[in-house]
Design a protein around this ligand. Structure first.
Ligand code: PGA
Ligand code: ZN
Length: 381
């Protein structure tokens, strides 16, 4: 593939923050998202000198001399993660990958792929996605069962709309989930009962998951709940938090629990009920060294994959392969500050990633779901 022209420019993400977009040969464009509940161990999105500096560097660089024919050729750009920022390198690699693939990335990477991921849909939210002014848990996630991806998306959206109507919720988080002012326990109870009810009345099989993002309310060695139950503030120790989460898994039938403890507590993670999916996001930050540590300590059986946390698609792929070898489930994920780029949908299919977390509502989330519906059609045909 010949790069005749490569141009970087500034755009805004869904949170109106500055983001980078790369356009190749006036045809293939890509961009990278940003997080709010960012883990301490993520790479920098942009260099200290700022996004403008990164854009300038990219626009001055001579890409015409580089050869890009296969996925592994993108690796040469990993050398710039530090100086240009992880978001810059991910946007560059994504744009080049799209150009190599002539737009159809999943097929270019893995023409034999035929399994679609299951969407984890953020239905009710709080935590850092509401500037810590609402519910303590960051995300209440819907995990639907159905024959096709399209059906799963439909079920998630219907349940989301029904819940919004029933609870009379209007305001939304950064990720398009409903903001509720109820307590954590009230919401867990409501959601569990609602899932039972829709199974009876509609025949829809939807499981409940949560992203607790516990680092966000962990202060001075304690977990500080603003509204644990009926407006009660509760400050709990590490040991209590472990018990609380294990009880929630049982009482509310949680099938997926992300970051239930703060981002350094590998040993605490290992004490959680691993019959359910115990997932590390801030704990691991898509970082291979932290992932190896988590495996050694038996901390997780699932891992969130966010390419811009590690700043490279090539390194992301290595991590996905490593997870598969170690029988750890992968969940590729959007960020709270998203763009219209649907490349994670293609990577999910090509790399046989079993879950995708993209949100249910909002154009930046829905474009990723629609892309997967399109891919499902292509695979069937
Ligand atoms: P972030 O949140 O994109 O703001 O980091 C998403 C998550 O924690 O999963
Ligand atoms: Zn998370």
């Amino acid at each position: 593939m010949q790069i005749k022209e490569l141009k970087a420019r500034g755009i805004k993400n869904s949170r109106k923050e500055a983001a980078i977009e790369v356009i190749i040969n006036k045809k293939y464009s890509a961009s990278a998202p940003s997080g709010a509940s960012t883990g301490t161990h993520e790479v920098r999105s942009f260099p200290k000198k700022g996004i403008r500096y990164a854009i300038e560097k990219v626009n001055k660089y001579n890409f015409k001399e580089l050869k890009f024919e296969k996925f592994k050729d993108l690796e040469i750009l990993d050398a710039y993660i530090k100086s240009w920022g992880g978001n810059t390198v991910v946007a560059l690699q994504s744009a080049i990958l799209k150009a190599m693939a002539k737009g159809n990335v999943w097929k270019f990477l893995n023409p034999k792929a035929k399994v679609l991921p299951t969407p984890l849909g953020n239905c009710i939210g709080g935590g850092a996605h509401t500037k810590l002014e609402s519910i303590d848990i960051q995300e209440f996630l819907l995990i639907p069962k159905a024959k096709t991806f399209k059906e799963k998306v439909k079920i998630n959206r219907k349940v989301y709309d029904m819940i919004g109507k029933q609870l009379k919720l209007k305001k939304k988080t950064d990720e398009g989930a409903f903001i509720s002012n109820e307590s954590t326990i009230t919401t867990l109870k409501f959601m569990t009962e609602y899932m039972e009810q829709i199974k009876k009345t509609k025949g829809w099989d939807v499981s409940l998951g949560v992203d607790i993002a516990a680092s966000q309310f962990y202060k001075k060695g304690k977990y500080n709940y603003r509204n644990f139950w009926e407006n009660e503030k509760r400050i709990v120790s590490r040991k209590e938090q472990i018990n609380i989460v294990n009880n929630w898994i049982k009482d509310y039938n949680l099938k997926y629990v992300e970051d239930p403890l703060e981002e350094e507590d590998f040993r605490g993670f290992a004490k959680l009920n691993q019959k359910t999916l115990i997932c590390g996001d801030d704990l691991i930050t898509t970082n291979i060294d932290r992932f190896k540590k988590a495996i050694t300590k038996k901390a997780v059986n699932a891992i969130i994959i966010k390419p811009n946390q590690i700043g490279s698609l090539v390194k992301t792929k290595e991590l996905v392969d490593f997870a598969r070898k170690n029988r750890i489930k992968t969940i590729i994920s959007h960020r709270s500050g998203e763009t219209m780029d649907p490349i994670i949908s293609h990577l999910a299919v090509a790399w046989k990633i079993p879950y995708i977390k993209t949100g249910i509502y909002g154009k930046e989330r829905e474009i990723k779901l629609q892309e997967l519906i399109k891919i499902e059609r292509q695979i069937k045909a």
